[in-house]
Design a protein. Sequence first.
Length: 210
Amino acid sequence: MQAKHEWRKKEKSFYLPKNKPETLTVPKFSFISIQGEGSPASSAFTKKVEALYALAYTIKMMPKKMDKPPQGYFDFTVYPLEGVWDISDKAKANFDGTINKDELVYRLMIRQPDFVDQAFYRDMLELAKQKKANPLFEQLSFEQIEEGKTVQMLHVGPFDDEPQSFEKMEAFAVAEGLERLSKVHREIYLSDPRKVTPDKLKTVLRFQVK
C-alpha cells in the first residue's frame, strides 16, 4: 500500500520555507477555490473557509469508500488553506498607503492532489451537497494555477506585522535584480488562529516576480 502523501514532509520547498526571503518557481497546481471581499474577521469569510474545507474533506475521505477510486488515487493529508489578496479597484483609486480591511478582495483556496480532475471535482461537490446543504457550495470552483517565479518567506507573528516581512522580500528581490509584478500576494496558513497565539502564527508569504 502506498504511504500517505504528507505535504509537510514531501513538499517542504512549497510550504515550509525559512524565515528569510528566497526565490521559488511554482508549477501548475489544482485548487478548489472561492472568491470574496471584505475583512477576514467577518462571518462571511469564516463561512467561505468552512465551505472549502467541507469539500476538501469530502474529496479526501470519499475515495476510501468507493469500489473504484479515481485513477491515480492515493491517500493524502489535506493541504493548508491559501489566500490570494488584493484591494478593490475603488481602494486602488484612492490609495493613501493604508489598507482598510473592509476593502480587501481575495480568493481562498485549498490545493488538490493530481488525481482530482474537473469531473471528479463535480462528483465530490454533489456528494458534499447531499451530506450538508450549504449555499456557498455554488460559489466554489475548480481551477489550475501556475504562479511561476516568486519570492517567498515564512512570516512568524501576527498578520498585521506582515508588512515588515514584505519589506524584506522586496529588498531581496531588488538585490537579486527581480521586479515584483504587483501588490497582489499569496498567503499560506500553516497555523490555526483559533489554537495558536498571534505571536506564534506561521504564514508563508509569496509574490510573483520577473
